[in-house]
Design a binder for this molecule. Sequence first.
Ligand code: TXA
Ligand code: MG
Length: 311
Amino acid sequence: MDDAGIAEAAALIRAGELIAFATETVYGLGADATNPTAVARIFAAKGRPTFNPLISHVQNMAGVRAIAETDERAEMLAERFWPGPLTLVLPKRTDSGIAGLTTAGLSSIAVRIPARDATREFLRACGVPIAAPSANRSNSVSTTLAVHVQASLPSPSNGGPAMILDGGPCEVGLESTVLDLTGKRATLLRPGGIAKEDLEAILGRLTIAGSNDSAPRSPGMMSRHYAPAAPLRMNVLSPRPDEVFLGFGDVSLPGAPNLSPTGNLVEAAANLFEMLNTLDTPRTAGIAVAPIPKTGLGHAINDRLSRATHS
Ligand code: TXA
Ligand code: MG
């Protein structure tokens, strides 16, 4: 991670490419968090069958405050544990500029300031928040060495990261602790690099996710996942008169939005949350969605849509 490598990687990020980079916890697979197409490529590269919300990595507190609403608890924890292996889930600012896909359509956002100087130098050079899950294929273990990243993810020509910023072995070797501060009670969503006891020394007793019915069971499978208020139907070829239509490929209506007129699933993933949000007004009686093929990112798109029909 020398200056030239960082400058090259940052230019690739701004061009919408993926970059794997070392942090103190594990390697991240990063993209411009404000660019939905770039973020869609993360899910394609990982082969993830679902859209989990991603952590937005920023360089400093100004970067945090530009995308999230911080309260007194967040400011206290930031003072004590950032930069470092703590991720805070906070209300997302309405003017954050963050892509809907980065937060999987949620009104909250996970943010983290990584510990290493070189990682923050990369984030500064990018000039945008970096959405990054751990740099490994879906259902594989997180990676703590550049060679493991390379072995786990596709090559650049097959949708993998354009570059790996090799920072040697990750010293924490365990993902960040994820703490949800969107509710009155702070909730531990994922144990990690910062011990629960150290957080409790500042906040008092934490709620542990999954320990009671009011807390989300598993961060990736939260019941609070985005769902439109209007009823949604999938695999529709022609909508009922009272429904609004969301097309895909050739299954389209004049004047109605189309997830991807050319049938490109990366483009469809990039458009999914923004288009659903636009269609989901209080006047909407129902949303009908064209069939989405069950290949590549189509799995994750169908997963998200089917959860929206059942909630
Ligand atoms: O150490 C780390 O956290 C690494 C490095 C690269 O920073 N990143 C990482 O990302 O482990 P990932 O995507 O593998 O895990 C992020 C976790 C997931 O459990 C996800 O569900 C949760 O954070 N998360 C993200 N946004 C959330 C949100 N808005 N609400 C609740 N949970 C969220
Ligand atoms: Mg992971």
